[in-house]
Design a protein around this ligand. Structure first.
Ligand SMILES: [Zn+2]
Length: 289
């Protein structure tokens, strides 16, 4: 299940992170459902969906590394987006449910028991260990550590607002819940934006000048055109048009094209190479470029 993290934590470490996070989330659920803090409830639910989406992201990262096969000729890279989609669905579900819940509770009024902040405080403890474990791990779990660090800030906010809700007025607890919910919507917006960018065939601008330079330097041929698109973070596909002297034997042209593919593969780029003769037209055009 946690196949995307083979060299980092190991299965046991990943399992420990998952269990610690689940324990932390459960304690916050008690503070929210049993002792009435709506802030704790938002925090608990976001903790749980954070964990679920981290698992989904890990799973899809793993699936995206599978080699091309009969039904995915360009590789499975774009399955990477599955993690983002799962995250968006999970976050939006919690965001929508809590928005309605909070609106009704705030209008009717509610009571927060003084145990609510206590359970949230207890719930924060396992997260500290989960973060410490995730820090040394692979990419997806490092991302998760970043998420869980925000959990600590949220935990502090919830403890303060639930305490205020128990001792002064439920309104303070509601305000804490609103703050967390606002942050959740911010995350939804950011994740959605990232996903749209990912599937929009964005050009890796930083590579556009690097590609012709590399090919000229390492293969020694001219480059007339490069088209690239990002298909997953750090993975690019596209095509490149190179120029070879007129009369170049096809075997030679083929080995040069293969060499271009090899060189660019080192940059995470898969290309189809198109070959054109370096004709007089290009020579005339060159000074103007
Ligand atoms: Zn396939």
């Amino acid at each position: 299940m946690l196949g995307g993290d083979p060299k980092g934590l190991g299965t046991l470490g990943s399992l420990a992170v998952v269990l610690l996070s689940a324990l932390g989330g459960s304690l916050k659920v008690v503070g929210g459902l049993v002792y009435g803090s709506r802030a704790a409830l938002v925090d608990a639910l976001t903790s749980i969906v954070n964990l679920l989406s981290a698992l989904a992201v890990t799973r899809f990262e793993y699936l995206s590394t599978r080699p091309p096969d009969w039904d995915h000729h360009y590789g499975h890279y774009r399955l990477f987006a599955g993690g983002s989609i799962a995250t968006l669905v999970l976050y939006s579900t919690v965001g929508g449910a809590m928005l309605v819940e909070l609106a009704f509770s705030a209008i009717r009024g509610y009571e927060v028991h003084v145990y609510a902040p206590l359970y949230v405080a207890l719930g924060v403890v396992p997260y500290v260990f989960a973060i410490a474990l995730s820090r040394g791990a692979g990419r997806s779990f490092k991302t998760y550590a970043k998420f869980t660090s925000i959990e600590l800030i949220e935990g502090g906010t919830v403890i303060a607002s639930a305490l205020g809700g128990a001792l002064v007025s439920y309104v303070i607890d509601s305000l804490g819940a609103v703050a967390l919910l606002a942050y959740l919507y911010f995350e939804i917006a950011m994740e959605a934006r990232e996903l749209v960018h990912l599937v929009s065939d964005r050009v890796p601008v930083h590579l556009l000048s690097e590609v012709p330079r590399r090919v000229r330097r390492e293969v020694g041929v001219g480059v007339r055109q490069v088209r690239l698109r990002e298909i997953a973070p750090g993975k690019y596909q596209g095509d490149i048009t190179i120029t070879l002297p007129k009369g170049t034997p096809i075997e030679h042209a083929h080995s040069i094209a293969s060499r271009v593919e090899e060189v660019l593969e080192g940059l995470g780029i898969e290309v189809v190479v198109h070959v054109e003769p370096a004709d007089s037209e290009e020579v005339r055009r060159k000074p103007r470029n």
